[in-house]
Design a protein around this ligand. Sequence first.
Ligand SMILES: Nc1ncnc2c1ncn2[C@@H]1O[C@H](COP(=O)(O)OP(=O)(O)OP(=O)(O)O)[C@@H](O)[C@H]1O
Ligand SMILES: [Mg+2]
Length: 281
Amino acid sequence: MPRSKASGASAHTASHARVVAVANQKGGVGKTTSAVNVAAALAESGYRTLVIDLDPQGNATLALGIDRNTTVNTVYDCLIDGVSLVEAAVESNNEGLLCVAASVDLAGAEVELVGLPQREHRLAAAITELGGTADAGILAGLEFILIDCPPSLGLLTVNALVAARELLVPIQAEFYALDGLGQLVRTVDLVRTALNPDIEISLVALTMTDPQVDQQRYVADELRAYFGPLVADTTIPRDAALSEAPSGMQTALTYAPKSDGAIAYRALAHELVDANPAISR
Ligand SMILES: Nc1ncnc2c1ncn2[C@@H]1O[C@H](COP(=O)(O)OP(=O)(O)OP(=O)(O)O)[C@@H](O)[C@H]1O
Ligand SMILES: [Mg+2]
């Protein structure tokens, strides 16, 4: 990544941030691991980055070292009560990496949103509002917003797809990896037609790869046949550092900076930066 911390980010307002949803309705494919470690790699390279934890499980919140019992405002308050993201954002343990936490009550938001006006646009409105905020507080100079989505295509994920311009799709390297991808692509197409003409897939990343497993080559080939150049050159290996880091309330970038997992996520973050330079500023 060609930037240093010294280059500073304060010239940019939060409204210039690239908004990337990390989504796949399939459970356990590496969405949260990818969201927090790519975000940590971006922050490490000097990009001020916000993770919005849109999953009631709150795994991203925990991995970023944030205690959800002491967080005053969470993404629930932003979606349901119109609290601003600035009021909800908190610093993580990683310099330059911020988080809007998920709380347990987010599980109810999926139902509560149904009865609210602009139900698909509430996260987008909260992000747009940042641009008009004179004092963006700790979100000033934000360059990336990564949204960790739950494993469903419900209203929470739809809010992310409407708020984002880009999509990062982690796909687990396993035989059934491609099952359900058609559904995800159809949902993205629907959102593009009806709600957010700007949404595009930026990167598809193969996760939990294991060079010893032959069938993974088949999955990678199938993925390239389906998504072409959108498939990241970087694959994320299965690495214990990635699964252990959250129990220490850390990302792998700080927990095991030299691990294969941390190195791979740095490379994937590079690819994300380069994926769509035209809209990066
Ligand atoms: N590359 C990896 N190497 C080893 N373990 C991994 C790797 N990626 C993810 N894991 C582990 O696999 C599990 C699922 O990963 P993760 O929570 O990131 O998936 P997810 O798609 O966010 O899941 P959910 O759909 O429940 O939100 C976690 O226990 C995580 O620590
Ligand atoms: Mg998750």
